[in-house]
Ligand binder design. Structure first.
Ligand code: KIV
Length: 421
């Protein structure tokens, strides 16, 4: 069915989820369709972006950054269709309608394009950014700090003047920006109407304790910050994006920018599934923080993003990698067969993963007697202890030569004359 244009659709009352009033509630801002799409080779068609956006809404993300509308007419169209459909469709048990966001640099043309794309959503947001580190201001923007502050202030005010009440501002490369300058520009954009202040570690340079301190310092030293939401945006250049994001949340950020499977520029972004499951798993240590993500949709979301972005996750990727819930060594398999909590901190059910066998056991050369015997029982074979010892010796010979021992290999070994009646 063709989506109804929001302007023609009957107006529904503004939806404000009550959970956002809770100081422990952490908003998940998903930028798979913007920063994620900036990964080399990950370009998606408008139709693909819409399919992924629908899934992000089912997953329960609070904000979908659907694209960078000024970057191309196609992207503007993609963001607009997402705003029209996904931005007006309640999902989940609480009838949540995600905020639909479009990125823009700090100039009128970009902001106009972003507004044109997102304004159809029930909860539209413009996200505007300008670099604030010395290295970026001097070499990329070729502007003085004073000029940068005045552009930021004017452009946030301009976005508000279009009728957008939800404006996010990012001082790009905040991780390498001068602190005093950062407090100053943030204070100015708050006065101009910014409602979310995102602190990007654009080049993934900070260490977790350092990034946590940056967020705590911004919170403590920026006048007016109590009326805004502090956000994190951590790139993964040193493999620290998830750790930095969690440090930011612990220090007071209540919006976390992430992507499914951690895709994004260069080494990618903080991964949604890692951040969300860490918060869920270690909630107490994080002072009771929680998100609105329905984690049972994580596996499906990961698969969809792999399919549409063409970027496949490595087998050992945390949470969603093929091996993340698989056990091969004898000691681990024995532990799992006795009690799953020995080697699993998350239940696969929690992320909507249905595994081929209940214990996630993968037979290989490291597997021990307990796991191999359990596999025989699972396949319906009962053999004596003596027969099993013979079988196990031959199993090891086969396993030495193979990466994985399949059910078919087991059947073939059992079909040898020694086990025939
Ligand atoms: O990495 C970055 O700084 C960004 C901003 C636009 C948030 O992507």
């Amino acid at each position: 069915a063709r989506p109804v244009r929001a302007s023609l659709a009957p107006r529904r009352p503004e939806y404000v989820p009550s959970r956002i009033d809770d100081p422990n509630y952490v908003r998940i801002f998903d930028t798979t369709l913007r920063d994620g799409e900036q990964s080399p080779g990950a370009t998606m068609t408008s139709a693909e972006k819409l399919v992924v956006a629908r899934q992000l809404a089912r997953l329960g993300v609070d904000i979908i950054e659907a694209g960078f509308p000024a970057s191309s007419p196609d992207d503007l169209d993609a963001v607009r269709s997402i705003a029209i459909e996904v931005g007006n469709t309640p999902v989940g048990e609480d009838g949540h309608v995600p905020v639909i966001c479009g990125l823009s640099r700090c100039n009128k043309r970009d902001i106009d394009a972003a507004w044109e794309a997102v304004r159809h959503a029930r909860r539209p947001r413009i996200h505007t950014f300008i670099a604030t580190s010395e290295i970026h201001m001097q070499h990329k923007l070729r502007k003085t700090p004073e000029q940068v502050v005045s552009i930021a202030r004017e452009m946030v005010a301009y976005a508000r003047s279009l009728g957008c009440t939800d404006v996010e501002f990012s001082p790009e490369d905040a991780g390498r920006s001068n602190r005093e300058f950062l407090y100053h520009i943030l204070e100015e954009v708050i006065k101009a109407g910014a409602t979310t202040l995102n602190i990007p570690d654009t080049v993934g340079y900070t260490l977790p304790y350092e990034f946590g301190k940056l967020i705590a310092d911004v919170k403590a030293n920026t006048p007016g910050i109590e009326n805004a939401i502090i956000s994190t945006h951590c790139q993964n250049d040193l493999g620290l994006a998830t750790a930095n994001t969690l440090a930011g949340a612990h220090a007071g950020a209540r919006q976390l920018e992430v992507t499914v499977n951690g895709i994004g520029e260069r080494a990618g972004n903080a991964s949604l599934e890692e951040v969300v499951m860490a918060i869920k798993c270690r909630r107490e240590l994080l002072g009771g923080l929680y998100t609105g993500i329905n984690s049972q949709h994580i596996t499906m979301s990961s698969k969809m993003v792999q399919e549409h972005s063409g970027l496949h996750v490595q087998p050992h990727k945390a949470i969603v990698g093929a091996n993340a819930f698989a056990h091969e060594s004898g000691i681990h398999q024995d532990g799992m067969l006795k009690y799953k909590g020995t080697y699993e901190i998350i239940s696969p059910d929690d992320i909507g993963l249905i595994r081929a066998n209940e214990f996630g056991i993968v037979l290989g050369k490291l597997s021990g007697r307990h796991a191999v015997r359990s596999k025989l029982v699972e396949l319906g074979y009962e053999i004596t202890d003596k027969e099993f010892e013979d079988f196990f010796k031959r199993y090891k010979e086969v396993a030495e030569k193979k990466k994985r021992v399949t059910d078919e290999d087991i059947e073939a070994l059992l079909s040898d004359e020694i086990f025939q009646p």
